[in-house]
Design a protein around this ligand. Structure first.
Ligand code: ZN
Length: 405
């Protein structure tokens, strides 16, 4: 995360080109807002952009540690710096690549007691330095704390320490309080300000309109599934079968795939548990279905993520079934450990019925971002997938049920 250059941002060619154009011209807006789904590289890009803005070679500041040029000017393009990206070698780059540049501030949401915050920050930065695939995970209530911004805001009135500008990166800025946004706004509107703000968010609607309208917006797209799979295999050491399942479940978010890779219970066990929930629906036993769903969702306490995952497992299973029926090779399947079962079922299942069930699941997945309760949604969806609630008991046994024998 900390040494990635703008030129090598994963799966974001448009963003990469746009940001390099800014660096090349050297004309920065006061504030940028990077928005898009979680886990697609916004923070990585924000830090790469910040490092490029602080790179001494890109911006022509005389490198302190090299001999002065015969012609009295700092050469722009030596050591591979194209002028639109970090050189990775100058004093500025060396400091910023370990997050120790005095003119680079990086804020991220924290939770817990005030006295533990400093340790959490130090540990997090250390993890970022050590793990190139570090994934931020914090509690629901985590926020950008006042103590993090107080010192920074006081500093904004002074000139940057060593560079010609200061860069403040705020990860998940939607977790700031209103008064923090106001202070930020004041800084953004300051004429001749030497601070560049780079804000990121996966929840654009929660960023105040006043902030949104004053930032240059940069949109990040979900990553292609194949790219997530290849990255899991080549950089995270995930084997091919698991990588395929994680990538299929990632929704284009490498961060989500990475955080699922060492899940407890394992993703396969979670899949089996999710698929097993359907059995009572197939037998037309709403009481048992309700009890199973209650248990799986922690009696309604589980969040949307758990609900989403349960529905996605059913969706992926049905997709595999459809693919198998249409003769797709097993290398294209997500549930690679169940190839024999999929083949057996696909020989006697009706494709129209699979599609109907997929539609039910898609409808439920779309509804998740609304105000739904996990247990009720899961119950009603599975009963519709099972077909019983609608009095459609004449349908064949559910194709996905591996427990109905
Ligand atoms: Zn540099």
């Amino acid at each position: 995360m900390l040494t990635v250059k703008l030129a090598s941002l994963l799966g974001q060619p448009v963003v990469s080109e746009f940001l390099r154009g800014i660096v090349l011209r050297g004309r920065y807006a006061n504030a940028y807002l990077f928005h898009g789904p979680h886990g697609v590289g916004k923070t990585t890009a924000a830090l790469a952009f910040a490092r490029a803005a602080l790179c001494e070679r890109v911006h022509g500041a005389a490198p302190v540690d090299s001999a002065p040029s015969l012609f009295g000017e700092a050469p722009l393009a030596f050591a591979g710096a194209a002028g639109d990206d970090v050189c990775g070698e100058c004093r500025g780059c060396r400091m910023s690549s370990t997050l120790q540049h005095p003119d680079l501030r990086f804020l991220f949401p924290l939770s817990g007691e005030e006295k533990t915050l400093e340790t959490t920050v130090i540990e997090t930065l250390q993890s970022m330095r050590e793990d190139p695939l570090y994934v931020f995970q914090y509690e629901k209530a985590a926020s950008i704390r006042i103590s993090q911004t107080r010192e920074l805001l006081a500093e904004l009135g002074y000139r940057p320490h060593t560079a010609s500008r200061r860069v403040v990166v705020v990860r998940d800025c939607d977790r700031m309080r209103e008064d923090q946004f106001s202070a930020l706004l004041k800084s953004v509107e300051e004429p001749g300000a030497s601070t560049i703000w780079v804000l990121t968010t996966a929840r654009l609607s929660r960023v105040p309109v006043t902030i949104r309208s004053r930032c240059q917006r940069v949109r990040f797209a979900p990553l292609p599934e194949t790219l997530v799979r290849e990255t899991l295999e080549s950089q995270a050491g995930v084997d091919e079968k698991d990588a395929r399942m994680l990538a299929a479940l990632s929704g284009g978010s490498l961060g989500r795939a990475l955080s699922m890779r060492e899940a407890e219970p394992s993703m396969k066990d979670q899949r089996d548990a999710a698929l097993a929930l359907l059995a009572p629906a197939l037998k037309g036993d709403p009481g048992a279905l309700w009890a199973g769903v209650q248990k799986a969702t922690g009696f309604g306490k589980a969040g949307r993520e758990k609900l989403r995952l349960a529905l996605e497992f059913h969706q992926l299973w049905l997709r595999d079934l459809l693919r198998t029926r249409y003769g797709a090779g097993s290398e294209l399947l997500v549930n690679r450990d169940q190839v024999a079962r999929l083949k057996e079922l696909s020989a006697r299942v009706d494709a129209v019925e699979i599609r109907r069930r997929l539609l039910v699941l898609e409808e439920a997945l779309r509804s998740i971002d609304g105000n739904v309760s996990a247990d009720l949604t899961l119950f009603s969806t599975l009963s519709r997938v099972g077909g019983e609630r609608l009095g459609e008991s004449a349908w064949p046994a559910h194709a996905t049920a591996r427990w109905d024998v």
